[in-house]
Design a protein around this ligand. Structure first.
Ligand code: ATP
Ligand code: MG
Length: 209
C-alpha cells in the first residue's frame, strides 16, 4: 500500500486583522501546490513588531477562525499564541515537522514583503530544509527589487523557493485598522463576520496615542 505524502501550507501572520489579501494568498498556494491543508498561525508577539501595539491574541485568533470557517482546507493553529515569548519561524517549523512527521511536505507561505530580509532570519538555511518557501506577489513590494543578500540566498535555495502569483490585493491590516479609526468603510476588505467582530468588540476604534 502506498500512502500519499501529506502537504501542509503554513500561513503565519499577525492577522491584526485578517483580510482578503491573506485569504487569496493562502488559497492560491493551496491550489497551486495541491496542499491538503493550510494552517493559519496567528503570531504571539512577532519579533519584528516588538515595539508596536498588537491587538490581544484571542481577538486575532477569533477573527482568523471566523475568516477561514467556510474553507474546508483551512485550519487555525494556536501554536504560536499559546507559546510564551516570541516565536521565530525556525521554532515553529521544528515543532510542525515533529507533529507532521518526516514524510510530510511543508510549505511556508509569505507575502513578498516578508522575505526581504530572509537571509538574516534565525537559522534561515535550516528553515529551508524543513519547508519549501512560497513568496506570494504583493502590490507595493517588487520581488525584482530584493536586496543583494536575499537574491544570493534565493539563488542558493532555488529548488525549495517558489514565487507565487496571486490576484493583486492592495490591502494591509494597517490600512484596515486606519480605516476603522477614521470611520471609513472596510466592507469587501475583510470577510463579513470579521467586520462584525471588529464592530462588536470595538477593535481599532481608539485614536492612536
Ligand atoms: P500589517 O499592516 O499589520 O503589517 P499585513 O497586512 O502586512 O499587516 P501580516 O499579518 O503582517 O499582514 O501578514 C501576514 C502574511 O501575509 C505576511 O507574509 C504578508 O506578507 C502576507 N500578506 C499580507 N497582506 C498581503 C496581501 N495583500 N497580498 C499578499 N500577501 C499578503
Ligand atoms: Mg505585515
Amino acid at each position: 500500500m502506498t500512502s500519499k505524502r501529506v502537504k501542509v501550507g503554513i500561513m503565519g501572520g499577525t492577522f491584526d486583522p485578517i483580510h482578503y489579501g491573506h485569504l487569496v494568498t493562502a488559497e492560491g498556494a493551496r491550489y497551486t501546490f495541491g496542499l491538503d491543508q493550510v494552517l493559519f498561525l496567528p503570531a504571539g508577539r512577532p519579533p519584528h513588531k516588538r515595539n508596536t501595539q498588537v491587538t490581544d491574541s484571542e481577538h486575532r485568533y477569533m477573527m482568523t477562525v471566523l475568516a477561514t470557517l467556510t474553507n474546508p482546507y483551512f485550519e487555525v493553529s494556536r501554536l504560536e499564541i499559546d507559546r510564551k515569548g516570541t516565536s521565530y519561524t525556525i521554532d515553529t517549523l521544528r515543532i510542525l515537522r515533529e507533529q507532521y512527521g518526516p514524510e510530510a511536505e511543508l510549505f511556508f507561505i509569505t507575502g513578498a514583503d516578508a522575505i526581504f530580509d530572509i537571509s538574516s532570519w534565525k537559522n534561515s538555511d535550516e528553515c529551508l530544509e524543513l519547508a519549501h518557501f512560497v513568496a506570494a506577489t504583493r502590490p507595493g513590494f517588487s520581488l525584482e527589487d530584493l536586496p543583494e543578500s536575499t537574491q544570493q540566498w534565493v539563488a542558493k535555495h532555488q529548488e525549495r523557493f517558489h514565487i507565487l502569483r496571486v490576484p493583486a490585493m492592495a490591502i494591509s491590516s494597517t490600512e484596515v485598522r486606519e480605516r476603522v479609526r477614521q470611520g471609513s468603510s472596510i466592507r469587501y476588505l475583510v470577510p463579513e463576520p470579521v467586520e462584525h467582530y471588529i464592530r462588536r468588540q470595538h477593535l481599532y476604534a481608539e485614536p492612536l496615542p
